[in-house]
Design a protein around this ligand. Structure first.
Ligand code: CO
Length: 299
């Protein structure tokens, strides 16, 4: 009898406890399970509407995929003008904010945002400010790491210049011929990095220069230096992610105010090199190295 009661109590205990123990072993249905997905990578660039410049982005994605196999990789363009232009042709590219919202909706709890820019300028800081806000949202992305662009440290500047000399400057360049890099330039304080680069370029090779479209050093400053030195031929190289609108028009275009035309007017023959820096593996490697550090911070 005692044994039967004991058995009954045990059965009842089992009956009541089993559902709770089952619940304890299964994910809490009321809250999203953490780390079910991710970390995802969001690649953010200014964007381009020039189809031939797309090869640079294809190359970046190929290398990111090879480095982080199986990882969700998405793109966002910061330029509203470019996004609208592409949308008219049926190509839908998200802004960084929309891309982050979609990642949030899709359940990603960790996101690494890679800035595919050259410097820590205005766009980088905007991306940083806006994507980090997703960490503060209820049910948002728990961890957002924004990875640095290409040029950050003194060492990164040296690596970039080394790669440009080795992999971008045409081999047929003869002594006495100049190389003029075209940087974008910005109103942002980080514009100073281009002048730091000029110093480093000149230390490495006195016939290498960098000018910018919207900042300093200006093209006029560079032109003056070339004329003063008696340079007769210069290779024009975009110091930008892609050989897009600035490279095709402001640098190598036939209009009177292009760098090519202005140099020609000053008696200097110029040879445009229409290659975006993201087409060069040794340069993409700098972004990948930053991405590796950032991915290490979300794991
Ligand atoms: Co521009």
């Amino acid at each position: 009898m005692y044994c039967q009661v004991k058995g009954l109590v045990f059965t009842l205990l089992l009956f009541f406890l089993l559902p709770f123990s089952c619940l304890a072993g299964s994910p809490d249905q009321g809250h999203p399970a953490t780390d079910v997905k991710g970390p995802a990578i969001l690649l953010v660039t200014f964007g381009t509407s020039v189809p031939s410049a797309q090869v640079a982005f294809v190359n970046i994605e190929k290398q990111v995929r090879a480095t982080f196999p199986g990882t969700e990789i998405r793109w966002a363009y910061t330029s509203k003008i470019i996004r609208k232009k592409l949308a008219k042709n049926g190509v839908q590219i998200d802004s960084p904010e929309t891309a982050m919202a979609k990642l949030m909706d899709d359940g990603y709890t960790k996101v690494v945002v890679q800035s595919l820019h050259m410097i820590t300028g205005a766009e980088f800081h905007e991306i940083y400010a806006n994507t980090k806000l997703f960490e503060q949202m209820s049910g948002g992305i728990g961890k957002v790491v924004v990875s640095y662009p290409m040029l950050t440290t003194d060492e990164s500047m040296e690596r970039v210049l080394q790669a440009i000399v080795a992999d971008v400057v045409p081999k047929e360049r003869k002594p006495g011929e100049a190389v003029v890099l075209m940087g974008h330039g910005t109103h942002h304080p980080s514009d100073a990095i281009y002048s730091a680069l000029m110093y480093k370029l000149q230390k490495r090779d006195a016939n290498m220069y960098i000018g910018t479209v919207e900042g300093h050093p200006t093209f006029d400053e560079v032109k003056e230096m070339l004329v003063k030195k008696g340079i007769k031929k210069a290779y024009l190289v975009p110091f930008m992610t892609v050989a897009g609108d600035h490279a095709l028009n402001d640098m190598a275009g036939d209009e009177a105010d292009s760098w090519k035309s202005q140099l020609s007017k000053a008696g200097i023959e110029s040879v445009p090199v229409l290659k975006g820096l993201a087409e060069v593996d040794s340069l993409v490697a700098l972004w990948i190295d930053n991405l590796k550090i950032a991915m290490g911070q979300v794991k």
